[in-house]
Design a binder for this molecule. Structure first.
Ligand SMILES: NC(=O)c1ccc[n+]([C@@H]2O[C@H](COP(=O)([O-])OP(=O)(O)OC[C@H]3O[C@@H](n4cnc5c(N)ncnc54)[C@H](OP(=O)(O)O)[C@@H]3O)[C@@H](O)[C@H]2O)c1
Length: 233
């Protein structure tokens, strides 16, 4: 069987980089997206994978990445919408509309833009899979559970953006029944994203992403999981 081909946005470091490494280990042919060329080229050379300049907040950049991908490949099997930012950590009352637009541009509009540009290339795959890297911080249930650390976190914009991404996952899964489209909560993982304060290792943090990326054609769609199983919405 032909190699599976994957694209991981924000693949130059953190969870995206580790996802690229692990998928490559499993025989997947990986493209990483990176918004900054030097970081993309350097990470791709360390991983031994291809890279595409791809800033998820920039329409022209995403369309150009899709065009360059299509020059080389006839289909995409696995898309991991991983690129994400925490955004402003200001107290709620000080957050501005601009702060909100910045976070939503990357975490919500970005995946929509990337799916719009790449889904045409996934339609010829015999097993098209999309993984949206969401967060327990986007779960209404988890953030209201006093037993969970997520209930102590006050990041209105980031949390709302991940709720939106999880809902997008559910809606796209229903709209595209031939695809498997699922959301992953990596869990609190040591990366630059949190100044390496996360308690999980990068291997633990990529567990759910890898499971979803490698789903078989009869696997579930429209689910939200972490490495322990289903995440309550
Ligand atoms: N770490 C955690 O505890 C945790 C928990 C739950 C969910 N998540 C989610 O997991 C994903 C990856 O996070 P991480 O921990 O690996 O963070 P990270 O180390 O900060 O990596 C984020 C990646 O996204 C890229 N990126 C940011 N804005 C972008 C844009 N506009 N276009 C393209 N790429 C962009 C970054 O590129 P640059 O290098 O150019 O900045 C970087 O490659 C995020 O969606 C995050 O919300 C993380």
């Amino acid at each position: 069987m032909a190699d599976r081909i994957a694209l991981i946005t924000g693949g130059n470091k953190g969870l995206g980089f580790e996802t690229a490494r692990r998928l490559t280990d499993q025989g997947v042919r990986v493209y990483i997206g990176a918004r900054e060329p030097e970081r993309g080229a350097e990470a791709a050379s360390r991983l031994g994978v291809e890279w595409l300049q791809l800033d998820v907040t920039n329409e022209a950049s995403v369309l150009d990445a899709a065009a360059r991908f299509a020059e080389r490949e006839s289909r995409l099997d696995i898309l991991v919408n991983n690129a994400g930012i925490a955004g402003s950590r200001k107290p709620a009352a000080e957050l501005t509309g601009e702060d909100a637009e910045t976070v939503f541009a990357t975490n919500v509009v970005g995946p929509v833009r990337v799916m719009n540009a790449f889904i045409p290339w996934m339609k010829t795959s015999s097993n098209p899979v999309i993984v949206n890297v969401s967060s327990g911080l986007g779960s209404f249930a988890v953030t209201q559970n006093p037993q969970r650390f997520e209930s102590q976190i006050r990041m209105p914009l980031y949390c709302a953006s991940k709720s939106a991404l999880t809902m997008l996952t559910l809606q796209y899964a229903r709209a595209l029944p031939g695809f498997r489209i699922n959301a992953a909560d990596p869990g609190y993982t040591a990366t630059d994203f949190n100044g390496h304060r996360g308690e999980q290792t990068i291997e633990e943090g990529t567990e759910a992403i890898i499971q979803l990326a490698m789903l078989p054609p009869d696997g579930p769609t429209g689910t939200f999981v972490d490495r322990g199983g289903p995440v309550p919405w």
